[in-house]
Design a protein around this ligand. Sequence first.
Ligand SMILES: Cc1cc2nc3c(=O)[nH]c(=O)nc-3n(C[C@H](O)[C@H](O)[C@H](O)COP(=O)(O)OP(=O)(O)OC[C@H]3O[C@@H](n4cnc5c(N)ncnc54)[C@H](O)[C@@H]3O)c2cc1C
Ligand code: SF4
Length: 340
Amino acid sequence: MRSFDFHQSGEIGDAAGALGREAAIIAGGTNLLDLMKIQVMTPERLVDITRLDGLSAIEADGENLRIGALVTNTHLAGDSRIRAGWPLLSRAILAGASAQIRNKATTGGNLLQRTRCPYFYDTSQACNKRAPGTGCAAQGGAGRMLALFGTSPDCLAAHPSDMATALTALQASVEIRAASGEIRTVPMHEFYRGPGDSPDIETVLAPDDIVTAVLLPAPRAGTKQTYRKVRDRASYAFALVSVAAIVKVEDGRIAEASLAYGSIAPHPWMNHAVEEMLVGQAPSDDLFARAGEALTAAPAPHPDTEYKRPLLRRTLIAALREATGLSESAHGVDTARIPA
Ligand SMILES: Cc1cc2nc3c(=O)[nH]c(=O)nc-3n(C[C@H](O)[C@H](O)[C@H](O)COP(=O)(O)OP(=O)(O)OC[C@H]3O[C@@H](n4cnc5c(N)ncnc54)[C@H](O)[C@@H]3O)c2cc1C
Ligand code: SF4
């Protein structure tokens, strides 16, 4: 690990003042420290935000919730309000990492965790995300964890966060404090950037912005929520594909659908055409099969991720069957109905 300055502050303006292009925020450190040890990230200064006031609570704002950026994954997944009103979020978090990591990992850090592309972690390999302009070793290399959608010729990497996928389906927003002190909120689906020709820039954050909270809108009455994650082993593994589904069935027809897909794009993926296909229709296997075909119509950008297309189709169908009541919840899958 390279040497670095360490700045710890109890005042957010002071912390923001210490940020900049050569600095990095450290929260739980479960991703950043791993990357620093192997010199994938080499900040000259670490700005420790864990002593900032007001970022560690989950607060009600009417029927909405404000989740401070330092709320740990364990705290969030176990909160009784989350379990009752947003069980999808609890389930997605508990499907990730390990209990020890979730105890340290924070809400802000989870959103901003880096990709798991193996070439990103190997400093002997070309990687535009780690070292802009060097190329992309994944093109022509091995790549079963890469993305299906939203890639560019410069980067094929997927975003691995389970929590971010759930928050996208839940239509949450990210609260951001600029160095000037101005606070803005950005919807989850606008928070991440596609790779384009600068895959090193992953979000709309400026170098001295601090994520201060995630804002969760009130759960939609009468909906059912489910999160399905497919991975190589039953725990302690990143998703190959995941589906977060929030669906309302009324009078035998789908009245609302909000769907997000994880580990298949550089950021949690949405496809509103699929939701439009579903709304107004009676739930059926034929409808769900057509939705899966529409979702996965585009060819995979890398031959090693071709398997993700049928896997994603089947995962979507299973999630929709559960969320609409065509099938019972699978073992270990939370499908909770929000009271009408
Ligand atoms: C073995 C292992 C398995 C894992 N499995 C999964 C899994 O299955 N699913 C899953 O979703 N995740 C998984 N993770 C990732 C884990 O969820 C993240 O490491 C964790 O959420 C990061 O949070 P942190 O607070 O430790 O972030 P840190 O490591 O402190 O920071 C991560 C990044 O976020 C930035 N950052 C942190 N907080 C802020 C803020 N408030 N504002 C602006 N920038 C900020 C940092 O500068 C850094 O770039 C796994 C991790 C490990 C090590
Ligand atoms: S896919 Fe992206 S992260 Fe992976 S090697 Fe290519 S540029 Fe780097």
